[in-house]
Each structure stands twice: as structure tokens, then as C-alpha cells.
Design a protein around this ligand. Sequence first.
Ligand SMILES: [Zn+2]
Length: 165
Amino acid sequence: MAPRTRVDSFELDHTAVRAPYVRLAARYSGPAGDVVTKFDLRLVQPNVQEIATAPLHTIEHLLAGYLRDHLDGPVLVDASPMGCRTGFYLTVLGAPSEPSVLLAAVRALEAVRDHDGPIPGCSPERCGNWRDHSLHGAKAWAAEVLARGFVVQPTVALPDLDPNA
Ligand SMILES: [Zn+2]
């Protein structure tokens, strides 16, 4: 049996995007009027490259602080790695524009590239797989994706082949 709920990210044509990019993925309004916005922060080209788990994990630990430092105003609820290991999902309280999130992501990744010192939260008490980290790899990936240049990626939807799918 298939899930009954269709998922927005499965409607994106992953062959028609150009990474690295920021994409507005979804915006939700709660009953009290609060707005929550979800962005894709895609670091590498889908189905062409993927980031190994150790550097991706270290980027996650560093982005947790650096993205909060650089998002001016909206509250970052969560920045989680995509299972395909090509980027991160960003969940934000509020409705920041794509260019403002792009700028914050670039600033945060510059901080990852230039990070000096221990990896935040890298201990058996604070992390679920503390041995699976690579600071060297995280810094190298941050430098590489920054050199390629981030864009705002509009959603390119897949053609709706089967309305019941
Ligand atoms: Zn961890």
C-alpha cells in the first residue's frame, strides 16, 4: 500500500535543477496565523554527486550555529541533511525571501569553509554518531560549492502523469 499523502519534494523534477541553489519548497500557515517556510539548500547536483556521510554530518553540526548567526530575523527551526546527501532541508519560522536565505546560506558556508577549532557537539554525549565526522571534508565541500556560486532555483514541477499516484 502506498502513502495517501503526496509529498512536495517528490513533485520536483530533480533533473531540471542547477545546484548549488536555494529553493522555496513549501509555506504553511498555522491556525494562529504563524507561518512556517521550508527551503531546500541543495549543495551538489542531484544524481551527479553526493557528499559522504562524514563531511555532511560535520556540515550539519556547523550549519546549526552558523545559519542561526546569519539568518537576520526569522527563526531557524531546523536544518537537516537530505537522505540523498545532496543538501539540507531548512525549516524557518516566518516567511523570509529566497535571496535573504541564499545570502545567509552563503555566509554560513563561508564560516564552515573558514571554521577553525573543534566541531561543535562532537562527543558521545551530544551526537548520535560522533566518530562519523570530517572537518577537513566539510571545509573542502563548503569551499567547492561556494566557488560554483549559489542561485535561487524556481520549482520545476514534474508533469502530472497520474493524478491518483
Ligand atoms: Zn551528530
